[in-house]
Design a protein around this ligand. Structure first.
Ligand code: ADP
Ligand code: MG
Length: 319
C-alpha cells in the first residue's frame, strides 16, 4: 500500500530487546530458551464485527494485544514478542498514533515487544490480526486437559463487569445507566494477569482465560480433562459495583458474561499457599471458587436463582 513503509516507520518501528531481531528484515528472529517450547496464538478483529467503528483507537490497540497475551497467560507462557497484521481503508495518522500508543503501552507493560507484521489496504473496514508468541518449559504448560479430581478451582480478578458494561452500552438497564462510567474500562481495557499466568506454569494443573463466560470456559477445561466440577456461587469474586443490579442480571453476568480476560485455573489443594504467595507478589486477586470432581458437567451450589432455562441454553449442567 502506498506509504506503507513510512507508516510502519512512523508508528510501529519500535526497538526490539537484545537478542531479538525486530521490524525491518524479512523475518523477525526470537531466541527460545532450551527446554522450552514456543507458545503461539492469534486473534482477528474485524470492524463492525468485533469492534464498533467509532471505538477509541487507543483502547482498540490495547485490547487487540490484550486478548492475545491473555491466551499466553492461560498457557503459562512468558511473552516473547508479537506480530501485527493491519488492513486499513486509508492512512489516518491520528487513528494510527492512538492505536499504536495503546498497543505499545501494553506490549511494554507485559514484555511482549512488537517484532513484525504486515500492512495492506483494505477495500472496506479495518481488520486487525495479532499473533503473540511466548515460551513455556516443556511439560510445565497449563493445558486445558490437565485438571484432576480433587483440584481446587481458582479465578483471578472479578467477574461480571464487562458483560454488564456491554449491556449498558446496548441501552439495557436504563435506570442504572450511570454505572457505565465505572464499568466501561472493564470491557475496553481488559488487564489479563500475564506475569501471574507465567508464574503458574508448573504450579497449576490446567488453565483457560475467561473470554466467553466462566461456565462455558470452565466447561472446556472439564471436557478436555474428562472431569466434573462444583462451584460455590457465594465464593465467586463479583465486581463490587454490580450489587445495585437485579440478582438475575448479576448472576447471568457472573456465570455467563464474557470479555473478562482473567484466568480460571485448577491446582492441587497443596499448592494453595504457593498460589496465594504468587498472587500477593504479582498484585493479583486470586479466589478459590470450587473444586474438580470425577464425572462430567458443572454444578453451581448456592445460586440466588435457579440455573437452567433459556438463559443458560447450550450449557451442560448436572444434578
Ligand atoms: P515483506 O515484504 O518481507 O513482507 P514488508 O515490506 O511487508 O516485508 O514489511 C517490512 C518490515 O516491516 C517487516 O519487518 C515487517 O515485519 C514489518 N511490518 C510491516 N507491517 C507491520 C506492522 N503493521 N507492524 C509491525 N511491523 C510491521
Ligand atoms: Mg509484507
Amino acid at each position: 500500500m502506498a506509504g506503507e513503509f513510512d507508516l510502519i516507520a512512523r508508528h510501529f518501528d519500535w526497538p526490539a530487546p537484545a537478542g531479538t531481531l525486530g521490524v525491518g528484515d524479512d523475518c523477525a528472529l526470537l531466541p527460545v530458551a532450551s527446554g522450552h517450547r514456543l507458545a503461539i496464538t492469534t486473534d482477528l478483529l474485524v470492524e463492525g464485527c468485533h469492534f464498533f467503528s467509532g471505538v477509541d483507537p487507543q483502547a482498540l490497540g490495547h485490547k487487540a494485544l490484550a486478548v492475545n497475551v491473555s491466551d499466553l497467560a492461560a498457557m503459562g507462557a512468558r511473552p516473547l514478542g508479537c506480530l501485527l497484521g493491519l488492513s486499513l481503508p486509508g492512512v489516518d495518522d491520528d487513528w494510527l498514533a492512538g492505536f499504536a500508543r495503546g498497543f505499545r503501552a501494553l506490549a511494554d507493560g507485559v514484555g511482549c515487544p512488537l517484532i513484525g507484521g504486515d500492512t495492506t489496504r483494505s477495500p472496506q473496514g479495518i481488520v486487525i490480526s495479532v499473533t503473540a508468541m511466548g515460551e513455556v518449559a516443556v511439560d510445565a504448560e497449563l493445558r486445558r486437559s490437565g485438571a484432576r479430581p480433587g483440584d481446587d478451582i481458582w479465578v483471578t480478578g472479578t467477574l461480571g463487569a464487562p458483560h454488564v458494561a456491554l449491556e449498558l452500552l446496548q441501552g439495557r438497564h436504563p435506570s442504572h445507566a450511570a454505572l457505565l462510567e465505572s464499568l466501561q474500562a472493564m470491557l475496553e481495557w481488559p488487564q489479563p494477569p500475564v506475569a501471574f499466568g507465567t508464574a503458574l506454569a508448573g504450579v497449576a494443573h490446567a488453565a483457560i482465560d475467561i473470554s466467553d463466560g466462566l461456565l462455558q470456559d470452565l466447561g472446556h477445561v472439564l471436557k478436555a480433562s474428562g472431569c466434573a466440577a462444583e462451584i460455590e456461587y457465594s465464593r465467586l469474586p463479583v465486581h463490587e459495583r454490580l450489587g445495585v443490579l437485579d440478582a438475575a442480571v448479576v448472576q447471568r453476568a457472573v456465570l455467563n458474561g464474557g470479555d473478562v480476560y482473567q484466568l480460571c485455573f485448577t491446582a492441587a489443594p497443596l499448592a494453595g499457599p504457593v498460589i496465594e504467595a504468587l498472587a500477593a507478589r504479582h498484585g493479583i486477586r486470586a479466589t478459590r471458587v470450587g473444586r474438580v470432581l470425577p464425572g462430567q458437567g458443572v454444578r453451581v451450589s448456592g445460586c440466588p436463582l435457579p440455573l437452567g432455562g433459556d438463559g443458560y441454553a447450550g450449557f451442560d449442567h448436572f444434578g
